[in-house]
Design a protein around this ligand. Structure first.
Ligand code: GTB
Length: 215
């Protein structure tokens, strides 16, 4: 059955891979599942046809036959559950990998999004200079804890899993802030993720869309 995801018609990052369709593309590439992409404009996101798929008017979405999903955590979990390659067979190891998926989006991603908002949306606010260091320190707290848990291991819990895919995807958003460089083991962890052939295919696919000639 054909799988169709949605992505920005033109991502504001110009193809740096930071929009969240990249993590879904990556998961599909890891399990060797071909997919199609429907590009949506910012206006299209808020139109009824897209809102029927995504109540919050965002990308990405995932369609497979009668099934329509939104939320990257749910989409990546769905892909990982149904095809081999992203979750271990052992029940306990599988539960731990799923726990890391939740940790990525529930515990690590929120302060990173807070930082992105502080930098992109709040830089002109009179209180931003005072608040920004606090927001950065909240990100550092999480990075320190994550780095301590990762230690010298290549991945968070045994072989690469959907937990690592989500965690690396979340951490990638930090690169331009320089904060990741303060934690060399996490920088190396993210680099290992980016070096995976499946990530490269996902990145290249979204890059090509975002750098195609103007219509
Ligand atoms: N929790 C949802 C999920 O994980 O699926 C969040 C989805 C989401 O935030 N989607 C964003 C969106 O559609 C795109 S990824 N925004 C449009 C809107 O809300 O109207 C967020 C994103 C966008 C752009 C960059 N960038 O250019 O650097 C990075 C991340």
């Amino acid at each position: 059955m054909t799988i169709t995801i949605t992505a920005f018609d033109r991502s504001p990052d110009g193809g740096q891979g930071l929009a969240r369709d990249t993590r879904v593309r990556w998961a599909l590439e890891e399990v060797g599942q071909p997919y199609e992409v429907r590009l949506v404009s910012f206006r299209g996101l808020k139109e009824p046809a897209h809102l029927a798929l995504h109540p919050f008017g965002q990308i990405p979405t995932y369609e497979e036959g009668d099934l329509a999903l939104f939320e990257t955590g749910s989409i990546v979990f769905h892909i990982a559950e149904r095809r081999a390659g992203l979750l271990p067979d052992d029940a306990c190891a599988r539960a731990r990998a799923i726990t890391w998926m939740f940790a990525a989006i529930n515990t690590v991603e929120p302060p990173i999004l807070e930082l992105a908002n502080a930098i992109v949306l709040e830089s002109d606010k009179p209180w931003n200079n005072e608040r920004l260091p606090l927001v950065k320190d909240r990100v550092r707290d999480r990075l320190k804890q994550l780095s301590a848990r990762l230690g010298d291991a290549p991945w968070l819990d045994g072989p690469f899993s959907a937990g690592d895919l989500m965690m690396v995807s979340v951490l990638l958003r930090l690169r331009s802030s320089g904060l990741l460089d303060e934690y060399p083991s996490l920088s190396a962890y993210v680099a290992r993720g980016e070096a995976r052939p499946a990530y490269k295919r996902a990145f290249d696919a979204q890059w090509a869309v975002n750098n195609r000639p103007a219509d």
